[in-house]
Design a protein around this ligand. Structure first.
Ligand code: ADP
Ligand code: MG
Length: 394
C-alpha cells in the first residue's frame, strides 16, 4: 500500500522554498513571567531529521502547524511563538536562518474547512511541499490535503516511518500479535477496536472503556465510566468470536468524601469484575496486569494505545506502569501511540525501550481502522515529481 513519495523523490530541493507541514501540537505550560512555554518537546524533536535534511540542502523552509483548538480565531494563548523558540534551541546554529514558522494554522477558519483560498495563501511563493505531520494526516484540512494538488509533494522522514510501521502491523505483523487498548474515549476508538479484534491474536482492553464491555456482560460497574449508547456495540464485539480479554480485577474509588472537603478520605479497594454500587473503577488490578503482561511477554508484535487507568493520580497508576514495563521488557516489536499514553511512557523514562513511539493517536487508530488516510492519499496522488513553481508565481 505505502508507495508514499519521500524526500528523495523531490525535484532538486537545493535553494527551493519548501512548505513543511509539521505536527507541532505540543503541550504548553505557564513558564517564567506567566508566559506559555513548551512542556514536552517530543514532537518538535521528531521533526528534526526532515528539517535538517532540507536545511542541509539550502532549502528555505516555512513550517506550518496547528496548536490546540482555537476554532478559527486568533488566541494569543495558542500562538506558535513558544514552539518557535524551542525549535530554535534545537536546530544547529547557523541553520535556523533558513527557517520561518507560520502562526497557528487554526487561527484561520479556512484550515479546518479546507478552504481553497486558504490553500492558495499557503502555497503562494512555495516551490515544494513536505508533509511530516503524522498526527494530522487523518484530517482533510487545508494544509494537509490542499498543497499536494498544487506543488510537488512528498512525505518527510517521520511520516514515512510512522506509515511504514503501521502498515506492517496492518498487513503482515509478526505473530503472535497482541493489541492493548485503554483510555477514556470508547466512541473514538470503537472502529479501531473492531479492526484490531480481527487483526490481532488477542485484544486486551483496560482503561475507562473496559467498563462498558463489563456492563455488556452484565457486571455491576458501580459509578464507573460507561458509554450507555455503546453497550450493544461492545456486546457484538465480544460475541464476534475473536479473542478479547477484559480485566479480571479492578481498583476502584469509594463513594466517600473526595477532593476539597475535609473529613474521611475516599476509600480505594480492589474488586473482581463486579463493583459495589457507587464505586468507580479507575484502574485495572494486579491480577489483570499479570495476565496482560504474560500475553505481552509471549507476543512478537505489541501495539498499545490508551492508559489502563487514571494514571495522573498515583493511586490509579499501577496498571498503566505495569503495562508500560511489560512492553519495555518485551522481546517483540513494540509500538505505542496516543498523547496520554506516550506522555506516560516519557515521564517514566521508558520511551527509549519501545521500538516505535508514535506521534499520532487518532491518526494511528484511524490508519489501523481504514488502511489509508486523506493526507496520505493526497501525497500519493501528487507523486512528488511535478515541475517546480507549480503553485503559480512568475
Ligand atoms: P490517549 O491520549 O493515549 O489516546 P485517551 O485520551 O483515550 O488516551 O485516554 C486517556 C485518559 O483516560 C487519561 O486522562 C486517563 O485518566 C483516562 N482514564 C483511564 N482509565 C480511566 C478510568 N477507569 N476511568 C476514567 N478515566 C480513565
Ligand atoms: Mg488523550
Amino acid at each position: 500500500m505505502t508507495n508514499l513519495p519521500v524526500l528523495e523523490d523531490l525535484p532538486d530541493p537545493r535553494g527551493a522554498r519548501v512548505l513543511l507541514r509539521a505536527d507541532l501540537n505540543v503541550p504548553l505550560r505557564t513558564g517564567r513571567a506567566g508566559r506559555p512555554e513548551v512542556a514536552d518537546d517530543f514532537r518538535i524533536r521528531a521533526l528534526l531529521p526532515t528539517l535538517a535534511w532540507l536545511l542541509e540542502r539550502d532549502a528555505r523552509v516555512t513550517i506550518c502547524s496547528h496548536l490546540g483548538r482555537p476554532k478559527g480565531r486568533v488566541d494569543p494563548a495558542l500562538s506558535m511563538a513558544p514552539v518557535c523558540q524551542r525549535l530554535k534551541e534545537l536546530v544547529p546554529e547557523g541553520l535556523f536562518s533558513g527557517v520561518r514558522v507560520m502562526e497557528n494554522l487554526r487561527f484561520d477558519p479556512g484550515e479546518e474547512a479546507d478552504d481553497a483560498a486558504f490553500v492558495d495563501q499557503l502555497v503562494r511563493g512555495q516551490d515544494l511541499y513536505v508533509n511530516d505531520a503524522f498526527g494530522a494526516v487523518h484530517r482533510a484540512h487545508a494544509s494537509v490535503v490542499g498543497p499536494p494538488a498544487r506543488l510537488p509533494s512528498v512525505a518527510g522522514r517521520l511520516l514515512a516511518r510512522e506509515v511504514e510501521v503501521l502498515e506492517r502491523i496492518n498487513e503482515d505483523p509478526a505473530r503472535p500479535f497482541v493489541a492493548v487498548v485503554g483510555g477514556a474515549k470508547l466512541t473514538d476508538k470503537l472502529g479501531a477496536l473492531n479492526a484490531l479484534s480481527e487483526k490481532a491474536n488477542a485484544l486486551l482492553i483496560g482503561g475507562g472503556m473496559c467498563f462498558t464491555f463489563l456492563a455488556a456482560l452484565g457486571h455491576e460497574v458501580g459509578a464507573s465510566l460507561v458509554d450507555h449508547g455503546r453497550i450493544d456495540s461492545c456486546r457484538q464485539l465480544l460475541e464476534s468470536g475473536h479473542r478479547i480479554v477484559l480485566p479480571s480485577d479492578v481498583v476502584a474509588l469509594g463513594p466517600g468524601v473526595t477532593g476539597d472537603t475535609e473529613g474521611a478520605p475516599a476509600q480505594v479497594r480492589r474488586f473482581g469484575r463486579d463493583l459495589l454500587v457507587g464505586w468507580r473503577g479507575l484502574d485495572v488490578g494486579p491480577e489483570t496486569v499479570a495476565g496482560f503482561a504474560n500475553e505481552i511477554s509471549r507476543a512478537a508484535t505489541v501495539l498499545w494505545n490508551g492508559p489502563m487507568g487514571v494514571f495522573e493520580d498515583e493511586r490509579f497508576g499501577a496498571g498503566t506502569w505495569g503495562i508500560a514495563d511489560a512492553l519495555a521488557s518485551s522481546k517483540g516489536f513494540t509500538v505505542v501511540g496516543g498523547g496520554d499514553t506516550t506522555a506516560a511512557l516519557r515521564t517514566h523514562g521508558l520511551a527509549e525501550r519501545i521500538d516505535h513511539v508514535s506521534t499520532g493517536g487518532g491518526a494511528m487508530l484511524e490508519l489501523i481502522e481504514k488502511g489509508d488516510l486523506p493526507g496520505l492519499a493526497a501525497l500519493r496522488a501528487s507523486g512528488g515529481s511535478r515541475p517546480r513553481r507549480a503553485g503559480g508565481e512568475p
